[in-house]
Write a new protein. Structure first.
Length: 213
């Protein structure tokens, strides 16, 4: 790894590794246990949540950084741009859940633990990873725009899947209930949030790096 690559302590990667894969596994177990459609459809629904896909991305990144840091993927995930993008995605997961979705249901037992891990604990730990271990000085504002591709592809998939099956993983993208106009407005707001947080992290990262040097 070069000097601009992230150098994260092994213990921190191990903690995120254990919590991430446990939360993803327990959520898969719970959704299968409580399924109301066929098993294949249930698995597709599991992977239709932005929360699951983003936590999966975070878990894969820390797995590569811990187990195979010198590999092609290990080098990729050690890049500040890659880790900052993942931080943006996982923080949005936490914010949207805790501001909009938390109050729509009251999970209990293992579901409560899993929800807290996926939506609060892991996003918080990943943000701290970014703050303390990711080099930020060379981040550029233009990086923020390619980072929008992932949420854009996700929303396109969600629209196509919803149109075909009538299933929408989140109430604010439910075309059946809200109509296309309202959903497009909601998606526009999300894109503003993604772009705004990206630019904020880049700006604050540069500020922190300059003050440190």
């Amino acid at each position: 790894m070069d000097k601009n690559s992230a150098r994260i302590p092994a213990y921190y990667l191990i903690i995120l590794f254990i919590l991430g894969w446990f939360a993803l596994g327990s959520q898969l177990y719970l959704i299968i246990q409580n399924r109301i459609v066929s098993l294949p459809q249930t698995v597709i629904r599991y992977f239709s949540f932005f929360t699951i896909l983003t936590n999966l991305l975070a878990a894969i990144s820390v797995s590569c950084l811990w187990l195979k840091p010198g590999s092609r993927w290990g080098r990729f995930f050690s890049k500040p741009t890659a880790l900052t993008a993942i931080t943006v995605y996982i923080v949005i997961v936490g914010v949207v859940y805790n501001v909009i979705l938390r109050f729509l249901w009251q999970p209990r037992g293992l579901q409560y633990v899993t929800d807290e891990l996926l939506h609060t604990v892991i996003p918080g730990l990943f943000l701290l990873l970014w703050i303390f271990y990711v080099p930020k000085l060379n981040l550029e504002y233009k990086n923020a725009f390619p980072w929008l591709i992932y949420p854009l592809v996700y929303l396109i998939w969600t629209a196509i899947h919803g149109e075909m099956t009538g299933y929408y993983p989140y109430p604010f993208v439910n075309v059946t209930e809200l109509g296309y106009s309202r959903v497009l407005i909601n998606c526009g707001g999300l894109f503003v949030a993604f772009l705004g947080l990206s630019l904020f992290l880049i700006a604050s990262g540069k500020y922190l790096s300059r003050n440190k040097s």
